[in-house]
Design a binder for this molecule. Sequence first.
Ligand SMILES: Cc1cc2nc3c(=O)[nH]c(=O)nc-3n(C[C@H](O)[C@H](O)[C@H](O)COP(=O)(O)O)c2cc1C
Length: 465
Amino acid sequence: MPNPHPYRLDTALSRRVDRSSTWLSGQKYQGCSPSPTRRAPRWGSLPLAPDRLNDYGLHSSENDGNRCPQQPLFTRLTDYSPDRPWDQPQDDPRLRTEYVPNLVDLWPGQVKTYDPDLPVVGLPTELPSPGVSASAALSGQRNGAGRLDLPALTRLLFYSAGVVRYVDLEDARGRRYLRAAGSAGATHPLELYVVANGIDGLPDGVWHHDPIEHRLVRVGAAPSAGPSYVVITGIPWRTGWRYYAERGYRHLWWDCGSLLAQLLALAESAGIPAGLRMTFPDHEVGALVGADGRDEFPLAVVALGTGEPVAKAEGTAAAGLVGTNVLEFGLVTSTQRASDVDSWGAGPVPAGPPVEDPGDTDVLEALILRRGSTRTFAPAAVLPADCLRWAFAAATRPLPWDAGPSILRHRIFAHAVQGVRPGLYLWSDGELIAERLGDLRDEATYFLRAADARRRQRLHRGAFG
Ligand SMILES: Cc1cc2nc3c(=O)[nH]c(=O)nc-3n(C[C@H](O)[C@H](O)[C@H](O)COP(=O)(O)O)c2cc1C
């Protein structure tokens, strides 16, 4: 069925990008010059008293970095603490300090590039839609048994990782592409690969998703058995290039979660069985898609079908080019490597049962196209309590994944929610459990990490934080 909310793909894809000049094999950035340090701090302490920090499981200045050995090393070195500006690194030789963030000359690029002689498949621009409303999809309503053919696959790729908008910058970066899923700092550090095994309309193989050209590039041969699957990789330099540096490692995972939320909802709403695998043979999966484990490494696998995915490569994958000026953050590489495993985890558990659908909204695809970040908040807005409860019930519905029950706890600052007294709540088994009541806007602001006082002021007045 044609998409009821047709999106002119050609709007976003209207300009072909000449990237031939970036095809340089194996070139590495060897060091930064001339400035020896990271950017100077831009703003100072945050308005949260150290004695309140334990309420949120944070450490105080007396208990910071090097003085808190029970914290994992990576967390210790990349955590924020209230007495230290957030973009000023800890003083530790394991962190890269001779690096200047946001240098346009070192701009990491937006998508991997490949030898132009590799086979390509243009993706369709007429996309199917099961016509499921966004609220029904997020509530977990399924829509029969879907078939994975090239248009259905394209729907998954486009609405989770496709280019949906662009902005033309006046500096050397030129056109910046914005994607269907948000990304911290708009760094868009994720790459998608499809390991295709029996997808109607797509020859078997390992295919790189090129969201700018809206096409797939064949980078290798598919394993001879198992279901088709999507591999999501992360490129730490794209997040590190910004002032996030080593902390950019965390942004890879946050972005991956944002993308997966869309990908899983899209698959479920179309009745395509999708199982998220977080435990997989890192080296094998990396080799299969041509990720070197340093400048790019696999973050997640989404099996599209049942059965055990197979990652044994039938040959050597084309590695492509991550960028021309790739700078490695050694701590990121070693953190990732320290958690590598060499086999698949248990099969995924089924998704949790649907929650009640609050009703009529746009179809999922239309909502995704409408999605976008805003820094403009309605100061007088009041959120209905049902809206808050549904959002958390839907968002915490168990995932179809291999990692078992979630270990996350969710705390909510409610400032202006109808029928909910302002305060700090724990979301537990579908209930809001009050932990501390009162006007906590100033404390909530601590977590928003706004970049300047004026913006903080605006965020301050949001309905809830
Ligand atoms: C994990 C994650 C963290 C983000 N953190 C912030 C933030 O701290 N401040 C902010 O203004 N925007 C934040 N954003 C929004 C991004 O800046 C935004 O997604 C990006 O600029 C792309 O724009 P779009 O969401 O309109 O497509 C975040 C987005 C994600 C996915």
